[in-house]
Design a protein around this ligand. Structure first.
Ligand code: HEM
Length: 99
């Protein structure tokens, strides 16, 4: 099963195709199916860079949010189903200096 398919299964997530980041706020990891989200794959051939990628993405998010408030005012964006998941159009985000 593709990683994207797992994330979009209605049996794993209500309104699976909608962008609801709050869905990840459940208090216990056991509230989610173990394979509901496997962006780095699973098993012997899973991504070797997972720890590095997660660390870099966390640091990037922290550094950006320390410096800027982000705003988005440009309507819904949908995912494409191509080789990699990406937005169906350019995303315009306004970076507002926190200082
Ligand atoms: C957001 C970032 C990344 C995502 C979502 C991602 C995702 C994936 C996925 C889905 C696979 C295939 C797993 C499978 O076949 O089951 C993979 C393989 C792999 N990734 Fe990543 N990856 C990311 C970043 C990185 C980075 C930063 C590195 C190295 C520094 C890396 C190195 C590798 C390698 C070497 C494999 C092949 C593993 C194998 O075939 O044994 N990846 N990655």
């Amino acid at each position: 099963m593709s990683t994207q398919h797992a994330s979009l299964k209605e049996s794993n997530f209500e309104d699976a195709t909608k962008f609801h980041p709050e869905r990840w706020l459940k208090p216990d990891a056991e509230d989610y199916h173990a394979f509901a989200s496997i962006p780095f794959g699973h098993g012997a051939r899973k991504c070797l860079g997972q720890n590095m990628a997660e660390t870099m993405m966390s640091l990037l998010a922290i550094r950006v949010l320390q410096k800027y408030k982000l705003e988005y005012h440009y309507g819904d964006v949908n995912p494409t189903r191509s080789f990699i998941a990406r937005p169906d159009r350019p995303i315009k985000i306004r970076f507002i200096d926190q200082i």
